[in-house]
Design a protein around this ligand. Structure first.
Ligand code: FEO
Ligand code: CA
Ligand code: CA
Ligand code: CA
Length: 580
């Protein structure tokens, strides 16, 4: 068990047991408090949240959005900061009194407002952070907020629609999964399952590219296309090309126009893990979260200048997008890899192979990745870069299709019907994030040793009955190099998942491999999104979709209240650094 192992100097808390309770548990000596929940007003002209889906669209446009996910903390002073927090999607069973059974035009407007990003000021009062209603920084960005398409694909005819023949002006962002933060003070929000908002009442055939991105007549149930023609594929077949990007937002300027950065490619973006290479280039690691999709890296054309932040504002405008190809040493789950450039005219990305120009390579990055022979992965979710070393970690959350056609078992995806997930890590050659080559291995294979013993499905050696989990997803380092792992897995606590309980957050020591459970979440939630204050004495954590699919949660209000996605803050009772 974890307790029989030597205590790592880097991790000082006593692990918490698995839990199926409808609450948060944290280690002894820690406490948690709610910061904000879905529907809390950011402006005093909106009503307070009302249980049962009774707020209207206007309220939602001025309230914290639903299903919070990735988030970043932007300090203004010791006791003031701006939070930028993604609102990935919404649950109609709680958003509307009719639970989605008869969606009206106004309901669509409300749903669109529940998505996007919430930006708001927070203040520290008596040691505890709280939102500032009506701060001049407060802003709701949602599915109808005007944005600009920038970079190599902007203005391409593939991005033009009847409403925007220029292919440069787009409304909104939605399904904003995780995030990134730049050293020049901007927030990156990542458009993931954008496909599910488009549909049509008539049959549409948009070809193989649309199919690969999951775009077709049947939507994911949101019904936006029935009331907003922008989402009707029979009228606007190219609108989906304008989504699936990384969006850059300046949280300190509420009047700024968000920019979709097409140089970083179009796919189902999870997060954007940004680092500066030894010689000053901006490197952004990017996962495409779908079964059998790929892992990407962007390298800027120009260098970061720490002495002139204004000159850094458009570093994500130009650069090279790469995709990863993995190779295993015979008999090992480790080996070498290579980043292959997705540059028009190179590596077979030519007109003969169906690519007209760089814009097409970026808009259909998945097809380009296949063309160059990229490795199909077990759903790349978050990437995190070690703060001092050069190692990079990525969660490969699960993949029930591993072993089927086109997704062979092997390399960093070593288990067929992988329902537990793993975390891969790699070290760039010469410790240079711009290098083409790297070495990789697996940091952990999740599993259930109680059910599967020593087999591959029992997990790697650093998994035991006290720290079992499945489907690692959110990932982040603190300044000391502790790796924080969040899960979005099966919470049945039975069968293959017996003993794992609700979704959770764990803390790992990359050097020793030790993993300890730090937190458990309420019923039917996932834990996703994390942000530390600069002193590392407060961590903000996202609790997403408690009670999804009408599961019995009333978090955080208790009683018979509507369950609400929430951001919580965690501190030590003695005010010390989290995790020590
Ligand atoms: Fe929004 Fe792949 O998680
Ligand atoms: Ca995720
Ligand atoms: Ca997930
Ligand atoms: Ca989620």
């Amino acid at each position: 068990s974890a307790n029989s192992k030597p205590m790592s100097p880097e991790i000082g808390f006593k692990p918490v047991p698995a839990s199926t309770a409808d609450t948060i548990t944290v280690p002894e000596g820690y406490r948690w408090k709610r910061l904000i929940s879905w529907g809390d007003p950011l402006f005093s002209n909106a009503n307070e949240f009302i249980d049962g889906g009774k707020n209207n669209a206007y309220d939602q446009e001025h309230q914290f959005g639903d299903n919070n996910d990735g988030m970043s903390f932007f300090p203004l002073s010791e006791d003031r900061a701006i939070m930028a927090i993604n609102n990935e999607y919404t649950n109609y069973e709680y958003l509307f009194p009719h639970q989605g059974k008869r969606v009206s035009r106004n309901d669509v407007r409300k749903a669109q407002a529940a998505h996007g990003v919430s930006v708001f000021e927070i203040h520290k009062v008596n040691g505890s952070w709280q939102p500032v209603r009506d701060s001049r920084f407060n802003r709701r960005i949602h599915a109808n907020t005007p944005m600009t398409l920038t970079g190599p694909a902007a203005g391409n005819p593939l991005l033009a629609t009847s409403a925007d023949p220029s292919g440069t002006k787009v409304l909104g962002t939605f399904n904003n999964c995780a995030n990134g933060q730049t050293p020049w003070g901007t927030y990156l929000t990542c458009e993931e399952n954008f496909n599910g908002y488009f549909g049509s009442d008539s049959a549409v055939d948009l070809g193989a590219d649309a199919k690969r991105y999951g775009i077709g007549a049947k939507d994911a149930g949101y019904q936006w296309y029935k009331h907003d023609s922008r989402f009707d594929l029979s009228l606007n077949p190219q609108e989906p090309h304008r989504h699936g990007w990384i969006v850059e937002i300046d949280p300190k300027n509420p009047d700024s126009t968000p920019k979709k950065r097409t140089a970083l490619g179009r796919f189902k973006h999870e997060n954007a893990a940004l680092t500066i290479s030894a010689d000053g280039y901006v490197v952004v690691y990017l996962g495409d979260d779908q079964r059998g999709e790929h892992l990407y890296k962007f390298v800027s054309k120009n260098r970061y200048n720490p002495d002139n932040q204004a000159a850094n504002r458009d570093l994500l405008e130009e650069g090279t997008l790469y995709v990863a190809k993995f190779e295993a040493e015979p008999g090992k789950v480790a080996g070498k890899g290579e980043w292959v450039a997705l540059t028009f005219g190179q590596n077979g990305l030519t007109p003969e192979n169906g690519f007209a120009d760089q814009a097409e390579v970026l808009i259909f990055a998945r097809r380009a990745a296949t063309q160059v022979g990229a490795t199909t992965m077990d759903r790349p979710e978050w990437v995190a870069v070690h703060p001092s070393g050069q190692q990079v970690f990525c969660t490969l959350t699960n993949n029930k299709n591993r072993g089927k056609e086109g997704q062979p078992v092997g390399g960093p995806n070593p288990r067929a019907k992988n329902h537990y997930g793993q975390i891969i890590r790699w070290q760039p050659d010469n410790n240079d994030h711009t290098a083409a080559g790297f070495k990789w291995d697996l940091f952990v294979m999740a599993g259930n040793p109680e059910v599967h013993g020593d087999s591959a499905y029992g997990g790697s050696a650093n998994i035991n009955s006290d720290n079992m989990f499945n489907s690692p997803d959110g990932l982040g380092f603190d300044a000391a190099g502790r790796l924080w792992i969040q899960t979005d897995g099966k919470y049945s606590n039975s069968g293959d998942f017996a003993g794992m309980g609700n979704n959770q957050m764990l803390c790992a020591d990359p050097a020793s491999g030790e993993i300890r459970r730090f937190l458990t979440g309420p019923v039917a939630c996932e834990i996703t999104g994390l942000a530390f204050t600069p002193d590392y004495c407060t961590v903000f954590i996202g609790v997403q979709h408690p009670g999804e699919d009408l599961q019995p949660s009333h978090f955080p209000g208790g009683g018979q209240s509507t369950p609400r996605s929430s951001v919580i803050m965690i501190q030590r009772e003695d005010g010390g650094i989290i995790g020590t």
